[in-house]
Design a protein around this ligand. Structure first.
Ligand code: ATR
Length: 291
């Protein structure tokens, strides 16, 4: 019988994947398979629905099956830290891992979310972070990674505003080394927003299907600030639409997703990621889904 290469996967194919729950809507397989295709790598990337209680076995499976790398997403980014052999210093400081590299059975965890965000902010919005006053909306895992990266880049002041004020205060205390920080409740945003240069929605507010939600009252947005949203589905959230209407600059969430994946690709392969091709395929898929 003639050899059938089928989908191109063969005995030399290097395997990758994403572990999450839910994971069915992840754009990572689309994005990373495109990156492998463009760079000519014999590699394949799939999504794995890893339910609570099975993460340890799944991580051991990376070793047993010889996967080269895995992305980890909600809700496993914190727990996975316990099952790895080594954690990169930034991922340890953030307390969360979204990328695992398997070096001959030794698993090392990284966090590419914060650096992905910063790269996107610089390249797409041309924003230079040093000396700026930033307000983060939300105090969860995403806020932690982004806050850490912004503090490292020299933000002068970081205000964290969260529905649960105590969590904002905790994150503010954690980021306070070298940066002036404050944690507040969402109701106090109005009293602090003057003088803010960058406001970032780090929550899921405004994400499909609840696309009419906005993390703060639109009247609080002022021109002269950059309004940034980590939500990328829809590509333009209501928060960004309201910001545009008020003369503020805007920065969408797609770039953070692309660059966190680009950094993961770079850790796994040692090669520069084809970020534009990755962006193009994800953007097309999101645009088609919206039609
Ligand atoms: P992630 O890892 O994606 O950041 P998370 O750690 O669960 O997820 O954090 C979610 C963040 O969004 C929290 O800051 C949460 O506020 P609380 O700490 O008060 O729970 C915030 N959040 C989620 N839904 C929200 C809503 N409807 N209104 C206001 N804040 C919300």
């Amino acid at each position: 019988m003639a050899a059938n290469r089928g989908n191109g996967i063969d005995t030399s194919t290097v395997m990758f994947g994403v572990f999450g729950d839910p994971v069915a809507h992840s754009k990572s397989p689309l994005m990373l398979n495109r990156a492998f295709e463009v760079t000519g790598a014999n590699a394949a990337y799939a999504a794995f629905h890893i339910r609570p209680g099975t993460l340890r076995d799944a991580v051991n499976g990376i070793r047993a099956l010889g996967f080269r790398g895995v992305n980890v997403t909600i809700p496993h980014k914190l727990e996975v830290v316990d099952y790895l052999d080594e954690i990169d210093e930034h991922a340890r400081a953030i307390g969360a891992v979204n990328t695992i590299v398997n070096d001959q059975g030794r698993l090392k965890g990284y966090n590419t979310d914060g650096i992905g965000y910063v790269r996107s902010l610089k390249e797409e919005a041309g924003f230079s972070i040093a000396g700026q006053t930033v307000m983060l909306l939300g105090a969860g895992g995403a806020a932690r990674g982004i806050g850490y990266a912004l503090a490292k880049e020299g933000a002068a002041r970081i205000i964290i505003a969260n529905r649960t004020a105590s969590k904002a205060e905790e994150l503010a205390a954690y980021l306070s080394e070298g940066t002036d920080t404050e944690g507040i409740g969402l109701e106090a945003v109005a009293t602090r927003i003057d003088g803010v240069n960058l406001v970032v929605n780090t929550t899921k507010i405004g994400m499909h299907p609840k696309i009419e939600e906005c993390p703060i009252a639109p009247e609080l947005i002022h021109p002269g600030m950059l309004v940034s949203d980590i939500v990328y589905n829809p590509l333009e959230t209501r928060f960004l639409r309201e910001a545009k209407a008020r003369g503020a600059a805007v920065h969408g969430g797609l770039g953070m997703f692309i660059y966190q994946g680009a950094y993961a690709f770079e850790y796994w392969t040692g090669q520069p990621a084809p970020a534009e091709a990755m962006r193009e395929i994800v953007e097309r898929s999101l645009t088609e889904a919206a039609l």
